[in-house]
Design a protein around this ligand. Structure first.
Ligand SMILES: NC(=O)c1ccc[n+]([C@@H]2O[C@H](COP(=O)([O-])OP(=O)(O)OC[C@H]3O[C@@H](n4cnc5c(N)ncnc54)[C@H](OP(=O)(O)O)[C@@H]3O)[C@@H](O)[C@H]2O)c1
Length: 331
């Protein structure tokens, strides 16, 4: 990949720290805001990135064939759309887009132009998550699924003091569902697909969900997905069937390890992969799909992303969380 990066915040710095694992990728350019240009120059120096841009249109004229967007949620759609129209493959940080309508437009544009388009969500690419998929039949008929991911956010202290940062701003498509519960949703939808119905019960403060419980009804079983940015608790994912249960004592963005315990008392470990950094597996797979031209696999992941966007949009609208994109027409 000849990669161009947009943004110079937390996730971009995280990505740069693992980028040396991508043996077939060169990072050509970084596009930041004008206010963060100095920060971007420091990153470029540290990671030997040749070009810095503060204008996205100029950035799109550069040689990069693939663009990684580490931007606030409400900018994902317009930046990804412009990049696709400029003929670039696009890797968008999670959550893919604030609405299903926007996600559908991006998906259509990528497919029409035979371009790669990924949502960077670590869950789906973790080796132990794949092992969970293989182990599910041993649990018998699935009855209940519970995933819990809570992280008290320092930004919540600032929110309580009246400062609204993007993660808590409906104007930036923030909130606990979009920011943290989305990992639980990817976990469940990646295993079980589209549910029959969706309900979201949220703790709301000033128009945004600071925590909440997403209920997915699959007809023969139920999933409860809990995500919080205003309180903390141990994280876990538990799948209960009539022959036994599987438990992972890690958040759904990491999905590391776990056990299957069957009713007959037998026990099996889920995996032994220690996750040195949660972002390595996803980016290795993006690189490999692009290198081998594997659009079929890419679009399989994209179908899953559309399923998740549909659920997020339904759940959020049901809870009365309104984003600016809800009132906008998309192409
Ligand atoms: N933080 C995490 O652990 C994490 C994990 C997974 C996914 N993500 C996702 O990654 C995305 C970014 O999150 P973050 O935590 O990295 O946020 P962040 O630290 O606030 O970084 C956002 C970056 O986007 C830049 N930016 C804003 N508008 C821009 C524009 N028009 N052109 C170029 N750059 C622009 C910001 O620049 P300024 O600072 O100058 O405004 C900043 O560098 C979000 O969608 C989030 O859900 C984050």
């Amino acid at each position: 990949m000849k990669l161009g990066i947009v943004g110079s915040g937390i996730i971009v710095k995280d990505f740069l720290s693992i980028a040396h694992h991508l043996k077939h990728t060169t990072i050509l350019s970084l596009c930041s805001t004008k206010r963060s240009e100095e920060d971007a120059r420091a990153l470029a120096k540290e990671y030997l990135i040749g070009q810095i841009f503060t204008d996205f249109e100029d950035f799109l004229k550069s040689e990069a064939d693939t663009v990684y967007l580490g931007l606030p949620n409400h900018l994902h759609f317009s930046y990804a759309y412009q990049a696709l129209l400029a003929g670039k493959n696009v890797i968008v940080e999670k959550p893919f887009t604030p609405t299903i309508e926007q996600a559908t437009v991006l998906s259509r544009t990528a497919r029409e132009n035979h371009l790669f388009l990924f949502e960077a969500v670590t869950t789906l690419y973790q080796p132990d998550y794949r092992r969970v998929k293989e182990l599910i039949p041993s649990l018998g008929s699935i009855k209940l699924v519970r995933c819990s991911y809570s992280q008290y956010s320092r930004r919540y202290d600032r929110f309580k003091n009246g400062e609204v940062l993007p993660a808590f701003d409906p104007g930036c498509a923030g909130g606990a569902l979009m920011d943290i519960n989305i990992y639980n949703l990817h976990y469940a939808a990646g295993l079980f697909g589209t549910p029959e119905s969706v309900h979201y019960f949220a703790n709301m403060e000033r128009g945004i969900d600071t925590s909440g419980v997403l209920l997915l009804d699959y007809g023969s079983f139920l999933c409860t997905l809990t995500g919080a940015k205003d309180c903390s608790a141990p994280d876990s994912c538990i799948i209960q069937g009539d022959k036994g249960y599987l438990i992972q004592d890690s958040p759904a963005n990491i999905c590391e390890g776990g056990r299957v315990i069957l009713n007959d008392g037998s026990e099996e470990t889920v995996g032994s992969h220690s996750c040195s950094h949660r972002m390595i597996s996803e980016f290795l797979e993006f690189e490999n799909m692009i290198l081998t031209g594997d659009l079929t696999n890419c679009y399989r992941y994209l179908d899953h992303t559309l399923c998740v966007c549909e659920i997020l949009t339904q759940a959020r609208r049901m809870a009365g969380i309104v984003f600016p994109a809800d009132g906008q027409e998309v192409q």
